[in-house]
Design a binder for this molecule. Sequence first.
Ligand code: SF4
Length: 447
Amino acid sequence: MHNDVRVLITTAYKNQACDAYDNHGPTSRTIDSAVRLSRPLPLYTGVRFIKQNVPQIEILESPTWEEYRRALRRGWDVVGFSFYTYETNDVLQMADYARKCGVREIWAGNYGALNPFIRSSFDKVFIGPSETTIARQLGAEVRDIIHPPLIDAIGVKPFSPGIVLVGVLYTVIGCPMKCTFCQASAFLKARVRIPIDSIDRVLRYYREVGANLVVIYDETFGIDPDYARHVVKLFRRYGILWCVLTRSDILANNFDEWYESGMVGASVGIESLNPAILQSACKQETLEDTLNTLERLHRSNCFIIGFYMVGFEQDTAESIQRDFRELARLKPDYTPITVATPFPQTAYWDELDHKYGIDCSDWSKFDNQHLVWKHPRLTAEQIRGLVEDGYDLLNSGSYFGRFAKKFTHRLNEIRGPAQTYSYLLAGAYNWLHGYTAETINNQRYFF
Ligand code: SF4
C-alpha cells in the first residue's frame, strides 16, 4: 500500500443522542439527581492518536448513520473501525455497508478487534496501539509517537458542560498484570511509552488553554515507576493539578510523592470486597491494600472513584447487598458499578465458557451492564436490579458536592485562597462564555 491510498477510520455510529450527563460510557446509568456531573460526548482518544501520528488518514468520531453514509460517498480504498465489543453488531452492519459501497479493504482495531468470532469480517486486524502499523501499511513511518491535545469539559447539570476543563493524558499504554477479567494483557503484550518530550508539550498546551485538571488515563499509572517519576516531575514544574487511574498498591507506594506533586484524586478498581473473589481473579492485591488506600485518600482530601464489579461466580444477591452497605460506609466519592463480564481472549472467558457457557448471540450485551453467562445463583434481571439498587444507595444525591468540597480543599492547600478564587472565577467564566470541549478543540485538535 502507498501514501495515496485513501483511508477512513471511524468509530461505531450512534443514532440516538447520548445523554451528556453522567456519561461514563456504558459503565454507568443516569441517576435522577438534582446536581450531576456532566460531560460532553466521550473523546475517541485512540483515533485522535492515529490521526495525530498518521495525518494522511481521515477520521470520523461517533457519526450518525446518515453522516457515515455521506462520508462513504467520498470514496475510500480502506475503511477501518475502532470499537469496543459492545459496539460489534453496529460495526458489522457498517462494514457490510462499506463493502456494498465498493470499499476494497475493511480494518478492525481497538478492544473490539480482539474478538476471534468476528475476525473473518475484516481484512486486517490491528491489536494494541496502531499508529506505527497503520503508518507502515501506508509506506510511512512513525518515529516517536506524538501525544495529541485531548481536552474534555466537565460541568454540572442544569448548566451546560464547561465548568472544568480537563486535559486527558496517556503516559504508558499497557498493563502487565493478569487480572482474569481484563483484556489489557491480550491487547498489548509490551508496554508503549509516550515520549517524555511529547508529554511535556501536551502539558504545556493544557496549561496554555487554562485546563483546570489533568486526568491520566493509563490503564495503570505508575506501573513503570521510573517513567512515572519523570511525569510527576513535569506536573510539579508546571504546577498542574492532576488525578489518576491506577491500582491501590501502586498508589500506596507512591502516595507521598504524588500527593506533594499536586494529585487531587484517584480512580482505583475495588472490584470486590470478597478476598476469595480477588484471589480467584488474580488481582494480586489484598482487600486490606484497597481499604488502606481509600482511607488515606479520604484523609488527604483527594477524591476517590472506586470501580466495583458484581456478578462474579461466588456472588449471591445477599453478598452483593452486604458489600453495597459496606461500600456506603467506606464512601468512595463515586462508585461506578459494572457487571463482571467475560470478554474474548481473557482467562475469565475460558473459565466461564468451560464451566457454564457464554451467550454470544448479542454482542451489544457485552457492555459491563448485562449478565452474558449462566450464573449459578443469579439471573440477568436480578443482576440488573442489584446494579440499580447499588447506584441508588452509593451514587444518588450530590456526589458533585463531595467532589467539589475535596477539590476546593486541595486547591486551597496547594495554591492558597487567592488562586482558589481565581479557579472558581475561571469556572464561572468558562460557563458564561459557553466553553465546551468542542470550543477548545476547535482551537486545536492536533499539533
Ligand atoms: S491492573 Fe487493571 S489494567 Fe492491569 S490487568 Fe488488572 S484490571 Fe487490567
